[in-house]
Structure formats: C-alpha cells, structure tokens
Design a protein around this ligand. Structure first.
Ligand SMILES: Cc1cc2nc3c(=O)[nH]c(=O)nc-3n(C[C@H](O)[C@H](O)[C@H](O)COP(=O)(O)OP(=O)(O)OC[C@H]3O[C@@H](n4cnc5c(N)ncnc54)[C@H](O)[C@@H]3O)c2cc1C
Length: 356
C-alpha cells in the first residue's frame, strides 16, 4: 500500500513505524522540520502514568496506557534499537500534611474507578517512602504507583525520525497541507494520490474534528544538581497540581499548567511562580537550580477528553490525544493496524471509532 501520513507528532511517527515495518510505502507531510521542534509531542514531559491520570480521565485511558507501558513501548523500543530512557519504576504522590483531604479525595477517586484494585497503589509511611526517595524528607507519607513510568519523549521523536529516514520514507518537511481527504493530500496547490491517507495533524485538524480545541500547557526544564529524585512525583495541592519528572544528568521537568486556551505565547508569571514555588517546597535543592528552558503548547483535545479515530474508505483521522499522547499512542496505532489488516470486526476499542 502507498500511504500518506499528514502530521509527524507522536501518533504520526509511530504509525509510520508500524506501516513501514509491515511493508507499506510511506510519505510523511509536516509543516514543521523533521526534528518536530514545534509539535505538541516535543513539548510533552513523557509521563506514562495511567493510574494517577484517572484523577481526571476515563478508565479507557487507563486501559490504553497500561497496555502501552507493559507491551507496546518495550516492543517499539526494541524495533528502534536505541538506548532511549524508559523507566517503569513507579511514581509517587505526596501532599502537604495540612492538605491530606486533597490526597484522600484523589485516592478515593482512583480506587472507585479501578474498583479497589489492590495492585494499583500502596500507601507508604515515612520510612518506606524515604527508602524510595530520601530527598522527600519533608513529607510524612506518600502513595506509590508501581506500574507507572516515564519515557524520554524528545529522544523517542528523534530516534523515530532517524529510523524512518534509514528506511527511506519520503519526508515532506516544512510542507503545509491545505486539505486532506480520502486518497488525496493537497499542498502547494497540487494534489498527490495515495491508497490511504492518515490525518495525524493534532490541533491542525479542525476541519475533520469540529469539537477539537487546544488546552494550553506550560512546563519548566531545570538543571538541579542539588536535588536527588528518581521517580516522577506528583505534588497535590488545593489550587494547582504539579509534577516533577526526573531525567538523567540532574534534569527535572516541572509541569504543567492546564488552561482552556489556544494561546501559545510564553509561560506566564503566575504559572512560573506556582510551579517553581511548589518545586521548591517539594525539595529545597530546587532553589539552586538553573532554568534551562520553558515550554508552552496546546494539547489537542476533543469533547469528553477522549481520543477519536474517524474512518472512511481511503482515510483515517486520529486525534484528541489531549494530555496522554505518549501514554496512549502505541495502543492507538496497534488498533489502527488491526483495522487495516483484519477489518472493523477485529477492533478492541470500537467506542473510539466513528465512520465519516
Ligand atoms: C506541557 C505539556 C506536557 C505534556 N506532557 C505529557 C506527558 O507527560 N505524557 C503524555 O503522554 N502526554 C503529554 N502531553 C500531551 C502530548 O504532548 C500530546 O497528547 C501529543 O503530543 C499529541 O500528539 P499528536 O501527534 O496528536 O499531535 P502533535 O504532536 O501536535 O503533532 C501534529 C503534527 O501535525 C503537524 N501539522 C498540523 N497541521 C498541519 C498541516 N496543515 N500541514 C502539515 N502539518 C501539519 C504539526 O506540525 C505537528 O507536527 C503534554 C502536552 C503538553 C502541552
């Protein structure tokens, strides 16, 4: 099959990998360069946290995410044959002692959605918590989520680019696509024909997804040699929710705001103050950190905050990855491959699909 993928974020690149691996001839179109610097996917923090995301998301996201962490990411990383930072050591949630009601609410919400699954999390007293994270000495207890993890999403995008180039995929970078439809990609006032067109344009696909909107997120990258935190940590607070994502070489990502806006201007003073104040409270060593960069982007979001796959003969559009792109994209692309190879009756997540 000769196929076009329009949009080279995480979903477009993973789809390209699977299609090439299955012997298809792929052309990729993106308005950005092939490094994907301007994509939402490059802005993400790489958290793979299906359990703690249940606080705000549907059980379906948990199911898609658990499969991705346990099965699909390891398989994809094996195909890429590159030492990408990928951890499945679990994550922690902590809160200020006076805000313990916040934690109780968070945990009861998650338990209810998981129907009290005892394997999903564990309460740690202070000594157990300090064995895992000696740097969190300010806190009296934590919850531990053993199945959660993280991935270096920037490295994933770069490695996917290199792998796809090595397979001689046609990559039309800096190419704004004016229109997509079944069998056709329109750009620079010309039209190219394909057996199949995949629309993976994220926030750029409003002509196909009429309820699509951007949810602004802001993130700060710190270099903090005085901080030692090994697991992703969520800090629950009545006014904001913060996470700290450790990366190798003393780098920490502090995020992320969530604002119903498509404004992609620089990070606000308010968010900067909130994120850095909370980070400093979490670990005083962050006071000595240097700010490497700040990142702002808009998460492609559909109503009900769930992804959707629209299909027609010669056309598939996938969107609405919201704050879960890296968490769920591997399972979504496997589902799309199932549709392509075995047809509609083989789908595992039929509720995601809609005929155009
Ligand atoms: C601050 C922040 C933190 C996040 N943290 C996490 C996290 O920890 N874990 C997680 O799983 N997710 C996270 N996310 C969410 C994740 O980044 C998104 O869900 C994901 O990137 C969406 O991927 P996508 O491929 O659908 O879209 P994108 O990455 O936006 O890719 C779409 C591509 O389409 C191209 N395009 C659009 N229109 C056109 C056009 N007309 N012509 C040509 N090309 C076009 C764009 O250039 C872009 O490259 C975070 C998001 C933000 C903003």
């Amino acid at each position: 099959m000769k196929a076009a993928i329009v949009g080279a974020g995480v979903i477009g690149r993973l789809l390209a990998l699977l299609l090439v691996n299955n012997g298809h001839e792929i052309s990729i179109f993106d308005q950005d360069g092939d490094d994907g610097i301007k994509s939402c996917s490059m802005a993400a923090a790489g958290l793979l946290t299906p359990v703690t995301e249940l606080d705000k998301s549907d059980i379906l996201i948990y199911e898609l995410g658990m499969l991705a962490i346990a099965q699909h990411w390891p398989t994809i990383l094996n195909v890429l044959q590159s030492p990408i930072y990928f951890q499945q050591m679990g994550s922690l949630a902590v809160t200020h002692p006076k805000d313990h009601a916040e934690m109780d609410h968070f945990i009861s919400f998650i338990s209810e959605k998981l129907k009290n699954n005892p394997m999903a999390f564990k309460k740690l007293d202070q000594s157990m918590m300090l064995q895992l994270e000696p740097g969190l000495s300010k806190f009296t207890y934590a919850y531990y989520f053993p199945k959660e993890g993280q991935i270096d999403n920037q490295a994933v995008l770069t490695e996917l680019k290199q792998w796809l180039h090595a397979k001689h995929v046609m990559w039309y970078s800096h190419t704004f696509v004016e229109h997509v439809q079944a069998f056709e990609v329109h750009y620079h006032q010309s039209c190219m024909k394909f057996d199949m067109v995949f629309d993976c344009r994220g926030i750029g696909a409003k002509s196909i997804f009429h309820d699509l909107q951007g949810v602004r997120g802001e993130l700060i990258w710190l270099y903090a040699p005085h901080v030692k935190i090994a697991h992703p940590v969520r800090f629950l607070h009545p006014r904001y929710s913060l996470y700290v994502v450790p990366r190798p070489n003393h780098i920490y990502l502090i995020g992320a705001s969530e604002i119903l806006s498509e404004d992609q201007c620089a990070i606000s003073v308010r968010t900067t103050l909130e994120l850095l104040t909370a980070a400093y409270y979490l670990h005083p060593g962050f006071a000595e950190a240097t700010i490497l960069k700040t990142v702002t982007h808009c998460r492609p979001t559909l109503s009900h905050y769930l992804p959707k796959i629209k299909y027609a003969d010669g056309f598939i559009a996938v969107n609405g990855l919201y704050r879960h792109g890296f968490l769920i994209a591997p399972t979504l692309v496997i589902e799309i491959m199932r549709w392509l190879t075995k047809g509609i009756s083989s789908l595992q997540y039929a509720q995601l699909w809609e005929q155009l």
